[in-house]
Design a protein around this ligand. Structure first.
Ligand SMILES: Nc1nc2c(ncn2[C@@H]2O[C@H](COP(=O)(O)OP(=O)(O)OP(=O)(O)O)[C@@H](O)[C@H]2O)c(=O)[nH]1
Ligand SMILES: [Mg+2]
Length: 329
C-alpha cells in the first residue's frame, strides 16, 4: 500500500518521483485511485490545459518541446502528457517523443510523461484527465497534452483541453482529410507546421477557406487563427504562444472557460458513474443475469427495454435476488 497523503504532499512540493508514482497509480487503475483523487481534488483547477492533435509525423512533439522551452523562458512550470489511445503499451511507441523531449529531461520545472490508454477500464475519456490532475496538483502552470494520430478518440481527448491546437503540415494532413477527421470543429488554434517545405501557404489558404465555410460567426465569436511554424527551428513558436494566450483571454472574458470545464467535468462524472454501474452488474451477477435476459430477448419473450429495466432493477431491488434465484423472472 502506498502512503497517499505523503505521496501527494511530495508531489505538491514538486518531487518528480512522486509525480511519476501518482501517474502510475492512475494508469494502472490502482485500487487506491479514489484515495489519490480525493487528496488531489482541492489542489487542482489552477493549470491551463492545452491539447495538441494532428496526423502522425506532423510535428506535434517537436512543437510541444518548443512550447516547453518558450514557457520555461517565461518562468512557468510545464507538464507534458503524451497520450497514445491506440496502444495498450506505455513508453515503447513514444520513444521518439522521449528523444525529442530530452532537452528538458534535466529541468526540474518540467514533467514529461507518456501514457497508453487503450484497454483502460472506461476508456481514455477516463484516464487522461486524471493524469492531468496529478500534473495540475504538482503545480504545473501549463499542461500540454499531445495525442497521437487523428481519429475519434483523439478528438475526444482534444475536447478535454482548455485550448485545442490542431496541427497540419503541407502535403500530408490536407484539408479534406482534416474535415473528415472532424478536426475542423475542435481547433481553437491551427498550426501549419513544416512551413520550410513547399505548399505551406497553400495549406494555410485551404484551411482558412474551409474554416470560413462553416456557419457564420457572430461578432465577438472566436475566430481560430492559423499560425505557420517551423517547429524544428523554433520559428513561429512565440506566435503560437501568443495565440494560446489570446484564446485563453477570450475564453475567460466570455465565461467560456468555466463553461468548458463544467461540461468536461459533467462528462467525466457520467463516464465514471456508468463504468461503476457496469462493474456492479458484473460483480453482482457475472454474465448470468445478462445472459438469461439476453436469451429471453432472442427467444422473443422479452423486449430489450423491459430486459434493461430488469437489469437496472437488479441493482436496487432487494427482492430481486430471491426472485431471480427462484426462476420467477
Ligand atoms: N522540415 C521540417 N521537419 C520537421 C518540422 N518539425 C518537425 N519536423 C520533423 O518531423 C518529424 C516528426 O516530428 P514529430 O514532432 O515527432 O511529429 P509528431 O506529430 O509528434 O509525430 P507522432 O507523435 O509520431 O504522431 C521529425 O523528424 C521532426 O524532426 C519542421 O518544422 N520542418
Ligand atoms: Mg509525437
Amino acid at each position: 500500500m502506498v502512503d497517499v497523503p505523503e505521496l501527494v504532499a511530495r508531489a505538491r512540493e514538486g518531487h518528480p518521483r512522486a509525480v511519476a508514482r501518482l501517474i502510475s497509480l492512475v494508469e494502472g487503475a490502482s485500487p487506491q485511485l479514489r484515495e489519490v483523487m480525493a487528496a488531489l481534488a482541492p489542489l487542482t483547477g489552477r493549470a491551463y490545459i492545452v491539447g495538441l492533435t494532428g496526423s502522425p509525423g506532423v510535428g506535434k512533439s517537436t512543437t510541444t518541446s518548443a512550447l516547453v522551452s518558450a514557457y520555461r523562458r517565461a518562468g512557468k512550470r510545464v507538464g507534458v502528457l503524451a497520450v497514445d489511445p491506440s496502444s495498450p503499451f506505455s513508453g515503447g511507441a513514444l520513444l521518439g517523443d522521449r528523444v525529442r523531449m530530452s532537452d528538458h529531461a534535466s529541468d526540474p520545472g518540467v514533467y514529461i510523461r507518456s501514457m497508453a490508454t487503450r484497454g483502460h477500464l472506461g476508456g481514455l475519456a477516463w484516464a487522461a484527465p486524471q493524469a492531468v490532475r496529478v500534473l495540475d496538483a504538482a503545480g504545473c502552470d501549463v499542461i500540454l497534452v499531445e495525442t497521437v494520430g487523428v481519429g475519434q478518440s483523439e478528438v475526444e481527448i482534444a475536447a478535454q483541453a482548455d485550448t485545442s491546437v490542431v496541427l497540419l503540415a503541407p502535403g500530408m494532413g490536407d484539408g479534406i482529410q482534416a474535415a473528415k477527421a472532424g478536426i475542423l470543429e475542435i481547433g481553437d488554434v491551427y498550426v501549419v507546421n513544416k512551413a520550410d517545405r513547399d505548399g505551406a501557404d497553400a495549406t494555410a489558404r485551404e484551411l482558412n477557406h474551409m474554416l470560413g465555410l462553416g456557419e457564420a460567426r457572430a461578432p465577438g465569436d472566436w475566430r481560430p487563427p492559423i499560425v505557420k511554424t517551423v517547429a524544428a527551428r523554433g520559428e513561429g513558436i512565440d506566435e503560437v504562444v501568443e495565440a494560446l494566450e489570446k484564446h485563453r483571454a477570450w475564453m475567460e472574458e466570455h465565461g467560456a472557460l468555466a463553461e468548458r470545464r463544467l461540461r468536461r467535468a459533467a462528462g467525466e462524472v457520467e463516464t465514471i458513474a456508468v463504468t461503476t454501474l457496469r462493474e456492479r452488474i458484473a460483480d453482482l451477477h457475472g454474465d448470468h443475469l445478462t445472459g438469461t435476459l439476453a436469451a429471453r430477448v432472442v427467444a422473443g419473450e422479452l423486449d430489450v427495454y423491459t430486459a434493461a429495466d430488469e437489469l437496472r432493477a437488479s441493482l436496487t431491488d432487494p427482492s430481486f435476488k430471491a426472485r431471480f434465484a427462484s426462476g420467477a423472472l
